[in-house]
Write a protein that binds this ligand. Sequence first.
Ligand code: GAL
Length: 674
Amino acid sequence: MIGGRILHGGDYNPEQWLECPEILEEDIRLMKEAGVNCVTLGVFSWAVLEPEEGKYEFGWLEDIVDRLGKEGVQVILATPSGAMPHWLTQKYPEVMQVQADGKRNLPGKRHNFCYTSPVMRQKIHALDRELSRVFGRKENVILWHISNEFGGNFGDSTCHCEQCQEAFRQWLKKRYGTLEALNHAYWGRFWSHVYSDWSQIHSPAPNGEYTVTALKLDWQRFSTEQISDFCAEEIRAVREFSDLPATTNFMDFFKGLDYHRLGKELDIISWDSYPYWHEKKDEVPAAVRAAACHNMMRSMKKQPFLLMESVPSSVNWRPFNPVKRPGMHMLSSMQAIAHGSDSVQYFQWRKGRGSYEKFHGAVLDHKNGSNTRTFRQVAEVGERLAGLTEKLNGTVNQPKSAIIFDWENWWAVEDTTGPRLDLDYVSCVLSHYQAFWEAGIEADLVGMDADLDGYRIVAAPLNYMYKNGYAEKVRKFVENGGIYVTTYFSGMVDETDLCFIGHHPLEDVLGIVQEEIDAPSPEFTNSFCYDGNEYPAGGMREMIHAVDGTEVLSVYEEDYVKGMPVVTAAAYGKGKAYYIAAEPEQRFLSAFYADRFREADLVNPLGVELPYGVTVTARNGEDGKQIVFVMNFRNEPVRVDGIGTWTDVENGTIYTDSLEMGSFGCVLLRRQIR
Ligand code: GAL
């Protein structure tokens, strides 16, 4: 556990209040009252840390860090590259991003810098190095927070300046070696898009080349590389005088940047979670999405991650911004811990008085000090986490199943020009994950490069692209006894979006032959039956043939495809591979996976079927220690029956056979040892 405890606190921006020492005093006092033990400083402080080029003013920050240290508050120290000061953009306009159409951005906003720019890199390196010298060995500084939400410039997060274009060409040269190889990979003779000189290559743009899908894929890969390289350079700078670990804060499923790649540069994964609670009365979709993201973050290192930002009340950037109803702040915070977080951090400690985020929720509002519902709820979380540190130290979730979620597949599958133009990869993955969540079966979310050993079930929905080596890995996984589930429109293309020809790379394992894909309009309905129940076949319907020996579990019930397989099972080696040829609805996935869990001998820790809205996770430690989290995402009490005997980890209550939970409740249990 970093810092030796579950961290509780969040972004603290005292530079906005330097003229008000009484506010800073109040902050310290109230942090203690709220059970805050860690704050993140300096995220957007460049203009105050370096008010003029090369003139560093760190005194204010040092005073605050030291003062916090005396009060037992630890510090995550950020590098301030997330927002650039005006002196920098004025003197060196080349540090600002250029849009795809060649137009350079104007100064202001944030996340607006070019990742390639040598000036930007030099300036931030020099500042980071200085931060490292002054703060890198302070006792209460525990972690480097590099920049902020890399790539998070709404819309296109990449820079298209000439320096980036040139770096892109160099990157392509390294990747392909020859133009001939690149032209082949890009299928360049189509529409005469053959490059005869490297200098002809330009980044994709809406008013330029946007039809070569492999070019777009490479541009996203390249941008990920540039950002990862920029991050690595910042890490090198802060390490000059310090051995502290480094993180950067990721976002909810963020398409602009392959986090599996950037994650390799980091010691600890952290992310900013803002679930849309109370969008609907049914909180399950929001809970499922947050849970899936938590799992993805944890799966990157198979270690606890940090919840770096969350909101104690409401955000300010959605069309509707509901505050958290009673119980939800605790549940949302505990959910992160339940999925493997070792922290609950907020954006932010105190609301600013002016500018863009003045109405964004914070622990302290503009008025009323600690006398607010939000503050009291935060303090309750602080107290609860403090009581859990010892119990959770050294524990992490260890699922036996995984779902493939891969950025390159995401980019490719949503950029296809057919059979549908509205494919939504994240929703598809989440609908499969929901079946796991409802059953209380934990799943890692991993990319195609991940090691599949140790999993009993791997699901790969809408796995359109197969990276090099992936098919062989899956074949081995099934051969060795794994259960593999995949769907329509899988195994279509290779890494440069070239279609596989001849046959599907896993035809032998899946035991099916793909023939046509129908993307009918809603009027042409069809259905299939599974286990005696009928389900609609959605807007993607493949026509497949089962090869000899493949079991057909469902067929189309209507129309000219009547009798053709929809769900198949093929035995391969010691394992089994399932294929779902038509887009199913949630109800089917829940029923289908319930059968797969039985087949794989996977049961949730409580060993019972869970009421809708309730899920279970477990954190395991050494010597068989296991803490089970039961969470109720319904705003009403529920009862879970048939659970056997358990002890409440926090208050010692013994539950025999049934567990009653309040609205938005979360209970931590361990097996009662008789
Ligand atoms: C995050 C960002 C914070 C703050 C917050 C508001 O994405 O890192 O700085 O803007 O959103 O929700």
